[in-house]
Design a protein around this ligand. Structure first.
Ligand code: NAD
Length: 480
């Protein structure tokens, strides 16, 4: 049994109240470990440790902070196998995916922000002959980072690394559903020699542990990734305390397939953008709009390639689709499949729970599911399902595609497939999405602004945006 501990003031310690939650392997349905059920007392101790560590950490030259982060990146790289296995077991995702995506990206996050620390410059505004203004960027102080279960170490490090790079100290909480790699990260931070208290990782559930982080008066900024409803609740708590907030929330992303696209590439990538990580990526495209002349051709090829989407034991090399993250989430997605039937959708593929024989008999597996004939404004097409369920819908004009694509409360990402350069740009600029991909998907450059419009979030992460978020700008004006 893996018994996870909190990382507090440089040490691995049990939760003060001695309470634990079960950790379930979604591929087997079996409890395989325990997680601290931490509360406000553990968060308070973490904040005290972070406050004590802050003066020395912020005073350290940026280059030295950066070196430590790069060392952690190297240790993540060296632990690839171990971390990928832990991620796969905790989350249900294929081991092959964790090996090429989750863990390498976690290392990249530390490497990218570790090196960025030494390049982060501020602005000067010169009023010729009158005055010089320059901006000093002070670290905000002690900050909170709260992350979800779908890309556990990937998103956890995406927040922590920029905060540490600019000289903040961090109290972080991974999702209680997938805490394993955050725990292993704490061991790597100790090995790297990160000073005590600079990063504290407290495990526990949202209402008890996460809420205590958001409410703590000494935590000056919160970077949160998770569901829109949780984000709304968080904002309600944090706003009256005037905390800085970065909210990366849900999505219901459109794929717009124009008739002049490279059909083979559009289909192959749409399979990935629909079902990668069991459709549990905030950037997955769950509404596929296809220009009518190629609707049937796209559908036929999409359903054909779906046959290769092998569902199975996440540890097997040829598995494309592993288990959904939890029994509760499986039932949520199944409820949406029932709703899609009730709303008059035609089921083209999937729709059922799958039993994988042997070791994974009790796991939470679900067929990749495709519907058509659903109105663009029905609940199935408006609400985030966050599972392997997509809808196909034909369109006739650019205006109709844009109307349907922009019709939800969300605005995280969108994908366009066309060979017409002008149309691609024109449509991209009219989409209400923080991220637009043209003829590609999930292509990431860590320097670019990342985040959503509308109910998909507030603020941007990535590159300088993240470094700026974790700093307070101070203008100093000197009269000449
Ligand atoms: P969630 O909102 O249930 O939980 C996210 C985190 O918030 C967890 O660590 C949870 O313990 C914590 N939390 C819950 N209640 C809290 C509270 N009252 N105070 C403080 N913390 C609290 O989300 P989830 O189910 O873990 O993740 C799935 C959601 O995340 C989806 O909606 C998905 O779209 C979204 N997501 C968004 C992005 C993005 O970049 N925009 C990326 C990944 C996932």
């Amino acid at each position: 049994m893996l018994r996870i501990q909190n990382y507090l003031n440089g040490q691995l310690v049990p939760p003060q109240a001695g309470r634990y939650l079960d950790n379930v392997d979604p591929a087997t349905g079996q409890v395989y470990g325990q997680i601290p059920d931490s509360g406000p007392e553990d968060v308070a101790a973490a904040v005290a440790a972070a406050e004590a560590a802050l003066p020395a950490w912020r005073a350290l030259p940026a280059e030295d902070r950066g070196r430590l982060l790069v060392k952690i990146a190297d240790l993540i790289d060296a632990s690839l196998d171990h971390l990928a296995r832990a991620e796969s077991q905790d989350n249900g995702k294929p081991l092959s995916l964790a090996r090429v995506m989750d863990i390498p990206r976690a290392a990249s996050n530390f490497h990218f922000f570790g090196t960025a620390a030494g390049h982060f410059a501020t602005e000067a505004h010169v009023q010729e002959g009158v005055a010089v203004n320059y901006t000093v960027r002070h670290p905000v102080g002690v900050v909170g980072c709260i992350s979800p279960w779908n890309l556990p170490l990937y998103l956890f490090t995406w927040k922590i690394a920029p905060a540490l790079a600019v000289g903040c100290c961090v109290v972080a909480k991974p999702s209680e559903i997938t805490p394993a790699t955050a725990f292993l990260l704490s061991e790597l931070c100790i090995e790297a020699g990160l000073p005590a208290g600079v990063l504290n990782i407290i495990h526990g559930n949202g209402p008890n542990c996460g809420q205590a982080i958001v409410e703590h008066p000494s935590i000056k900024a919160i970077s949160f990734t998770g569901g829109t409803a949780t984000g709304r609740h968080l904002a309600r708590t944090a706003a009256p305390m005037f905390k800085k907030l970065s909210l990366e929330l849900g999505g219901k992303n459109p794929n717009i397939i124009f008739a002049d696209c490279d059909l083979a590439a559009a289909v192959a990538t749409s399979i990935r953008s629909s079902f990668a990580n069991q459709g549990q990526i905030c950037l997955c495209g769950s509404r596929i709009f296809i220009e009518r002349p190629i609707y049937e051709a796209f559908k036929t090829e999409f359903l054909k390639q779906l046959q290769d989407q092998k569902i199975g034991d996440p540890l097997e090399a040829d598995t494309k689709q592993g288990a959904l993250v939890s029994e509760a989430h499986l039932h949520k997605v199944l409820a949406y499949i029932k709703l899609a039937h009730e709303e008059g959708g035609t089921l083209l593929a999937g729709g059922h729970r799958v039993t994988v024989p042997g070791r994974c008999e009790g796991g939470y597996f679900l067929e990749p599911t495709v519907f058509e004939n659903l109105p663009f404004d029905c609940r199935t097409n408006q609400e985030e399902i966050f599972g392997p369920v997509v809808t196909l819908t034909p369109f006739d004009t650019d205006e109709e595609a844009l109307l349907m694509a922009n019709s939800t409360d969300y605005g995280l990402s969108a994908t366009i497939w066309t060979r017409d350069l002008q149309r691609a740009h024109r449509v991209a600029h009219q989409l209400h999405s923080g991220i637009v991909w043209i003829n590609t998907w999930l292509h990431r450059d860590l320097r670019t602004p990342f985040g959503g419009m509308k109910n998909s979030g507030v603020g941007r992460e990535g590159g300088l945006e993240a470094l700026r978020f974790f700093t307070e700008a101070q203008n100093v004006c000197v009269k000449l």
